[in-house]
Design a protein around this ligand. Structure first.
Ligand code: 5AD
Length: 441
């Protein structure tokens, strides 16, 4: 999501006559787009901003700004901590960045005193409709592109800062999204990933059900019909959003591939309740079973938090057992990070760091073994791969993804970029597959 927001800001700035430079040392303006989901992300951004502030003292004309979630989360406190910052822009104001920069630069040109810092954090109705510009630069098309379809989340998981940083759920109209997708596809995009903090809630308050289908599934169907699009993905979903229509979509819409991301967070009902996740271990497992029934080849991935306040050995064992039972091929495993202002931050029984570390490592081990075993089983099979980008090295090698979203490296000419290619898998590691193109006839 942050990548997409940054891209959209860059696109607006280009349209305003700014040039994006590759080398930070050459920049007159440096904007940091930030994340607040875990403390580590905030610490990194603060470290980077402090470093840039020092550079500003040597070069007072350098402008430094912080955008996005950390700006929204910390607001004016950020300016107290980093008084040299010129610009602090929240998550509903990305589209205002060009105007703010123009104003700051105009003041600097006048050789007057240092311009006042600008703080722009208010909520803005309709701001979800502003994240849409893509640059169609000449040369390589963007084979895989993101589209932001909604902003915010109303679920209020007790560990999560997102309701504070991104606000209430707001969705873009289906027609606008379809137009953006058509434009991307016309410029060579072959895979679209729909983005939102909770995409499965897309449009549920704004748009009606049609033929028993939720707005999200209506949107998937519209995009699936674009002839030149090969793959359609989305993130992040909520397990509670997998209603029968979305389960059926995994059977009927082949461009969704054979991949489903279902963030479970914990396998313990007690912890799930404390997290305010409205499902149980049992209903989650039944959901996995219905998805498998709809599309037997699905590869599953998940998000898990270990060390949520009050998580006992028994609770963790329940998570570990569920993790093994489902056999996730992919997972984002996190140690709980206390976010000030969330309900969980007030809970007693915070789990000691070393306990959380050990639990995290245990899940990592299971995941690595499982991924390697599944990858090795694929050796000798032929997979449909979307050729996405040149591999970093050697020259002549491409990186692509299987229908199960596994990374594959194979030798092929660049003209196959954006194409679906049949690749025979010849070897496997934990992280990726290697293979060779199967030539027909
Ligand atoms: N601590 C650790 N992980 C978190 N996540 C969200 N909030 C926290 C937190 N406070 C994880 C969840 C979510 C993913 C995007 O980040 O697993 O699904």
């Amino acid at each position: 999501m942050n990548e997409r927001d940054s891209e959209a800001v860059a696109s607006l700035l280009r349209a305003r006559g700014y040039a994006i430079v590759e080398d930070e040392a050459l920049a007159d303006v440096i904007l940091l787009n930030t994340c607040s989901v875990r403390d580590l992300a905030e610490q990194k951004a603060i470290g980077k901003a402090a470093h840039l502030s020092k550079r500003k003292r040597r070069n007072p004309r350098l402008l430094v700004g912080i955008l996005g979630c950390m700006a929204q989360n910390r607001g004016a406190d950020l300016l107290d901590r980093l008084p040299d910052l010129d610009l602090v822009v929240g998550t509903q104001k990305f589209h205002r960045v060009p105007d703010h920069l123009d104003n700051l630069l105009a003041t600097i040109k006048g050789e007057g005193p240092r311009p006042e810092s600008i703080l722009d954090l208010d909520a803005e109705a309709g701001s979800q409709n502003e994240i849409r510009g893509h640059d169609h630069t000449e040369g390589a098309p963007q084979i895989s592109a993101y589209i932001s379809i909604m902003q915010g989340c109303n679920m209020h998981c007790t560990f999560c800062i997102v309701p504070k940083t991104r606000g209430e759920e707001r969705s873009r109209p289906i027609d606008d999204i379809v137009r953006e997708a058509e434009d991307l596809v016309a410029h060579g995009t072959r895979e679209i990933t729909l983005l939102g903090q909770i995409v499965t809630s897309y449009g549920r308050r704004e748009f009606p059900m049609v033929d028993g289908k939720t707005p999200f599934v209506q949107l998937l169907e519209r995009l699936h019909a674009l002839p030149q699009l090969h793959r359609l993905r989305f993130t992040s979903p909520h397990p509670s959003g997998f209603k029968p229509d979305l389960i059926a979509a995994h059977r009927d819409l082949s461009k969704l591939g054979e991949y489903a991301h279902l963030p479970v967070q914990s396998g313990s009902d007690r912890i799930l309740r404390a997290m305010n996740r409205p499902y149980t271990r049992d209903t989650y497992l039944r959901l996995i079973a219905s998805l498998r029934a709809a599309q037997p080849k699905l590869w599953f991935s998940t998000d898990i938090i270990v060390g949520f306040p009050g998580e006992t050995d028994e609770d963790f064992a329940a998570t570990r057992d569920l993790f093994r039972e489902v056999g996730f091929e992919m997972a984002y495993l996190f140690k709980y990070s206390t976010r000030t202002g969330t309900p969980a931050a007030e809970l007693p029984d915070q789990v000691p760091t070393d306990v959380a570390e050990a639990r995290h490592r245990e899940l990592m081990d299971i995941l690595e073994k499982r991924s390697l075993a599944r990858h090795q089983q694929m050796v000798g099979t032929t997979e449909e791969v979307l050729a996405q980008e040149p591999a970093k090295r050697p020259a002549g090698r491409l990186m692509g993804r299987t229908r199960g979203y596994r990374k594959v490296f194979f030798d092929a000419p660049d003209r196959l970029l954006g194409e679906l290619v049949q690749v025979r898998i010849t070897s496997a590691t934990v992280a990726a597959l290697h293979g060779e193109v199967v030539t027909n006839g």
